[in-house]
Design a protein around this ligand. Structure first.
Ligand SMILES: Nc1ncnc2c1ncn2[C@@H]1O[C@H](COP(=O)(O)OP(=O)(O)OP(=O)(O)O)[C@@H](O)[C@H]1O
Ligand SMILES: [Mg+2]
Length: 296
């Protein structure tokens, strides 16, 4: 890749023959609407589970301004997305290895500028998505909560959006709002999967998915795919402080098995968590660039 002063899609040269034959990772954005539903917990554990099944997984911590995946994965980044958007580092320099064979693009913490990204910054991140997905099978994007433009622009470019909800009305309502916001963006839409997290009983998990799926179908004409549930695991939070993720410390516990089942269903939904050829103009960066807010 060339200069990092890239901001306008219209001035990009057409792809070379080599670029046209590039492969890109399957891209999956983990989103929620309501904060604290377990996106980072799920994203980090899914990433490790994928890496353990020989999938080259890169996790992008796109919780702009409130990133935490580096803490969950036990690494101290030298560079973050902030260095990319501020032009201090090219995308390839912002990826780090973790002890779990997952590659991580760390986000920044407590940076208000990153929480309110504009067109130029999002264009840099789009360019990063392209770079990171060229040498991965699975690009997992841990998105921030909410429906602000930067969040929607980031997740709408993924092949698949996984909505992580909790079995409560506020969480389901906010996930519905995310789908509604995504639908206002130009086509093509990603496909949608749902994981019901922190469930106490299977009945509640099934009822939560059914309610969200029914409302999305009736009012938006959208099909949501059931990726399963993950149980409330009382020991998760105290155990997580400074310790490896759950699928590492307790690979056979029920919650870890459920996380792996989510990964299996995700693989079925996407047709395999593998890199695939992309046609010129149809890569993740192109899709994201088409969604950028118009210049003022
Ligand atoms: N299945 C679970 N059982 C018990 N605790 C959980 C479970 N999933 C997540 N948690 C806990 O819930 C809290 C919030 O999880 P997490 O940080 O992953 O949410 P998030 O959606 O990424 O939040 P944010 O919107 O702030 O980024 C954490 O303390 C996490 O350990
Ligand atoms: Mg998070």
């Amino acid at each position: 890749m060339g200069s990092i002063e890239y901001s306008e899609p219209s001035i990009q040269p057409p792809p070379t023959r080599a670029e046209a034959s590039l492969r890109e990772a399957t891209s999956v954005a983990i989103a929620s609407g309501k904060g604290g539903t377990g996106k980072s917990f799920l994203a980090t554990n899914l990433a490790i589970a994928a890496a353990r099944s020989e999938c080259r997984c890169t996790l992008v911590d796109a919780d702009y301004g409130l990133a935490a995946d580096h803490l969950l994965l036990g690494v101290t980044p030298r560079r973050t997305l902030q260095d990319l958007v501020e032009g201090r580092a090219p995308p390839g320099a912002c990826v780090i290895d973790t002890p779990y064979r997952v590659r991580l693009v760390p986000g920044a913490t407590g940076v208000t500028e990153l929480a309110a990204l504009g067109r130029g910054e999002l264009a840099q991140i789009a360019r990063g998505m392209s770079t990171w997905s060229h040498d991965a099978d699975l690009l997992l994007i841990d998105a921030g909560a909410g429906i602000q433009s930067s969040v929607i622009t980031t997740i709408v470019a993924a092949d698949t959006v996984v909505l992580v909800v909790q079995p409560e009305i506020a969480s389901l309502t906010d996930a519905y709002a995310v789908v509604k916001c995504l639908m206002r963006r130009p086509a093509p839409l990603p496909r949608f999967g749902v994981v019901v997290n922190r469930v106490l009983t299977m009945d509640v998990a099934a009822a939560s998915f059914a309610k969200l799926a029914e409302v999305a179908r009736r009012f938006l004409g959208i099909s949501l795919h059931d990726l399963g549930h993950v149980s409330e695991e009382p020991a998760v939070t105290p155990r997580r402080l400074g310790q490896p993720p759950l699928v590492v410390t307790h690979p056979e516990c029920r919650t870890a098995l459920e996380v792996r089942r989510v990964l299996t269903r995700l693989s079925q939904l996407t047709g395999g968590l593998t890199a695939r050829p992309v046609r010129p103009g149809e890569g993740i960066a192109d899709r994201m660039m088409r969604q950028l807010p118009r210049p003022a």
